[in-house]
Design a protein around this ligand. Structure first.
Ligand code: DGL
Length: 270
């Protein structure tokens, strides 16, 4: 493995771009190869077996593209596919998920007493956040709420508008989220609606910027592995999707500038 090899990042769709963008900010010399499984999006209402299968196939694709590490930039795939991916290829390529860095961050905040988690149905039913946080900090109360409409809503470009305000308000008014000190955005799509969530809570609740927590951790892990690319090279990032959608194309432009070439790739059949 060499530092010049790319970082592989994947998600069910555009959500992982929030993580890719945060990684690019802290690691500007890295080449990114991104795969958005837009053909299977949303992952949140798929069976655990289906999510594991997609994750393994995408992991294999990124390994074949020569990535030095893989970042699962999707909470749903991190909840259900991470262990399998580590078992399948973890001895050949380091795999990072988006859950562990956020869990560590939250569990270390001593002034938090009650923390909310919002995510897809699959992530919330896996109960992974409450389990992992309480392993590190058993006193912390973790209240989880599935918010399944949010990811497809964002994927379709509905954020910072009346429709998103109404949907967000309806979910966040849940009694489960009363008196929380912090809210974990346990879906990589949600940084796009962070501002709306902050204003729902009148800026009284810490809305955790999970993408930047994950990016800082990826940098820390690469440093440990001595895999940071220190050469200043103009790389061309690569963006693959399993199904080319206009909203994905539009979002890659917003995050990564104009020169984005989207490549539709069928990785399911050989
Ligand atoms: N962005 C994904 C996550 O972090 C999920 C969206 C989906 O349901 O596909 O969980």
């Amino acid at each position: 493995m060499t530092a010049e090899q790319p970082i592989g990042i994947f998600d069910s769709g555009i959500g992982g771009l929030t993580v890719a963008n945060a990684i690019r900010k802290v690691l500007p010399n890295e080449k990114i190869i991104y795969f958005g499984d837009t053909g299977h999006m949303p992952y949140g209402d798929k069976s655990p077996d289906a999510i594991r299968y997609y994750s393994l196939k995408i992991g294999k694709f990124l390994e074949e593209k020569g990535c030095k590490v893989i970042v699962i930039a999707c909470n749903t795939a991190s909840s259900l596919g991470y262990e399998d991916l580590v078992q399948f290829m973890g001895d050949r390529i380091p795999i990072f998920n988006v859950i562990d860095p956020v869990v560590k961050h939250v569990a270390n905040k001593e002034h938090y007493q009650r923390v909310g988690v919002i995510g897809t149905k699959a992530t919330i039913s896996s109960d992974v956040y409450a389990r992992k946080i309480n392993e590190l900090n058993p006193q912390l109360k973790v209240k989880s709420l599935a918010t399944p409409l949010l990811a497809p809503m964002i994927e379709e470009g509905f954020y910072e508008n009346n429709i998103s305000h109404t949907v967000i308000e309806s979910y966040l008014s849940s009694p489960k989220l009363k008196n929380i000190d912090a809210l974990i955005l346990a879906c990589t799509h949600y940084p796009l609606i962070k501002r709306e969530i902050e204003s729902f809570f009148d800026n009284q609740v810490d809305i955790l910027n999970t993408a930047s927590i994950v990016a800082d951790d990826v940098k820390f892990q690469l440093e440990k592995l001595q895999l940071i690319n220190n050469q200043e090279v103009e790389y061309k990032d690569e963006f693959y999707v399993s199904f080319k959608t206009p909203s994905f194309e539009c979002s890659t432009k917003i995050f990564f500038g104009d020169q984005i070439e989207l490549i539709q790739k069928n990785i399911w059949v050989k």
